[in-house]
Design a binder for this molecule. Structure first.
Ligand SMILES: *Cc1c(COP(=O)(O)O)cnc(C)c1O
Length: 418
């Protein structure tokens, strides 16, 4: 019996059920992934015990010689992977990474030009529901009504009108490549800084499949747990000149002790990301997303922007007469986990929505390729076209189960009931 099962059976049981849920369903939430056993081992290590306020070689406490090793490795590996000048691996999450950048270069009341939340942007890019819209003034660009890709004429005119101190280029639900050079050109016309938030596409950029914002942007923030496939956390890259100020804003500015076990796991994930295997994994994510998009288009669905360049796609459900909420709930019952998502110019609220977002990073980690994606596209089509046909839904649940069984996830944990 495990230590945990003995000490706390309620928590142990919940973790076991979660392991089984992850293995027994198709995880297609675009922001989720499955980390390696090596990452989990580092994350579950004694480094959680260590206080290490400060940075390698200049800490406030003694005994930091080994945590220094892992933090240095994480920094060096990110520099190699992304070609960054300065890296801070301490942000607890993606939002903290963005917060640190704002604290570094903005004063309260300054203007942030970010992407409209309902067009694909993120709460932390100036939304009134987030600190970023309470301390700062959020102004928002969106996508063009026809192409559903970023409307750079609008970015430019808003930049000229509002003179933002920082322009945020990045999104949570945008299926197309982002042109950082265009953001740079516009920012230069109005003297703005550019923050590229690559939370979702960090892995694709690390693998060289999407253009890197590092040369064109003063700041690049990311999460380490989405396509990058590391532990839950944040990371910031910036130009050397901003490095010392940025580090001081993370600590002591807004965080206390860094999560050294997570930083150790970040180092492990970054080492994995430097391999050829990781590059082929990222390429397969994109191939899988394209295959899924093609199959869904053939089945008659409308996709926002007509397709995808990355790891995700957005289905507009309006013509089917169902909401994103209904689609999410029904797909979940058949073992396909996705999320409801607003589409550009949505007429429904964020709790109902006219769309759903589907991503391929996690199923690709399990080893699924085009053939399996075609099966999955068939399941999704069947479910969404027959949302009230309980008999059919039960059949699909069985098929999803047997597909999952063919691609084991955390097999040792499943075998050992942990
Ligand atoms: C996911 C995401 C974040 C937030 O990351 P957390 O780790 O959840 O704080 C920030 N920006 C973008 C664009 C994201 O997609």
């Amino acid at each position: 019996m495990s230590y945990l099962m003995q000490a706390d059976p309620e928590v142990a049981e919940a973790i076991l059920m979660e392991t089984r849920r992850q293995a027994g369903k198709l995880e297609m939430i675009a922001s989720e992934n499955f980390v390696s056993e090596a990452v989990l081992e580092a994350q579950g290590s004694v480094m959680t015990n260590k206080y290490a306020e400060g940075y390698p070689s200049s800490r406030y406490y003694g005994g930091c010689e080994y945590v220094d090793v892992v933090e240095r490795l994480a920094i060096e590996r990110s520099k190699i992977l992304f070609g960054a000048e300065h890296v801070n691996v301490q942000p607890h999450a993606g939002v903290q990474a963005n917060m640190a950048v704002y604290f570094t270069v903005l004063e309260p009341g300054d203007t942030i030009l970010g992407m409209n939340l309902s067009h694909g942007g993120h709460l932390s890019h100036g939304s009134p529901a987030s600190f970023s819209g309470r301390f700062y003034r959020g102004v928002f660009y969106g996508v063009d009504r026809k192409t559903e890709t970023i409307d750079f004429d609008e970015v430019e005119s808003l930049a000229k009108r509002h003179r933002p101190k920082i322009i945020v280029a990045g999104a949570s639900s945008y299926p197309r490549r982002i042109d950082y050079e265009k953001f740079r050109t516009i920012a230069d016309q109005v003297g703005a800084l550019v923050l590229a938030d690559i939370a979702h596409i960090g892995g694709l950029i690390a693998a060289g499949l999407h253009p890197s914002p590092v040369p064109n942007c003063e700041f690049v923030t990311m999460t380490t747990h989405k396509t990058l496939r590391g532990p839950r956390g944040g990371l910031i890259m910036c130009k050397q000149e901003f490095g010392p100020a940025l580090d001081a804003k993370i600590f002591p500015g807004m965080q206390g002790g860094p999560l050294m076990h997570i930083i150790a796991a970040k180092a492990v994930a970054l080492k994995e990301a430097l391999t050829d295997d990781f590059r082929s994994y990222q390429a397969q994510i994109v191939k899988n997303a394209k295959t899924l998009a093609d199959e869904l288009l053939k089945a008659g669905f409308r996709l926002v922007s007509g397709g995808t360049d990355n790891h995700m796609l957005l289905i507009d459900l309006t013509a089917l007469g169902i909401t994103g909420k209904e689609a999410q709930e029904t797909l979940d019952r058949t073992g396909i986990t996705i999320n409801k998502n607003q589409i550009p110019f949505d007429t429904k609220g964020s709790q109902v929505t006219s769309g759903i977002r589907i991503g391929t990073p996690a199923v690709t980690t399990r080893g699924m390729k085009e053939a399996e994606i075609k099966l999955i596209a068939g399941f999704i089509t069947d479910v969404l076209m027959h949302i009230h046909d309980e008999h059919r839904l039960a059949g699909i649940r069985e098929e999803v189960k047997s597909l999952c069984d063919r691609f084991p996830l955390y097999p040792e944990r499943i075998r050992e009931n942990r």
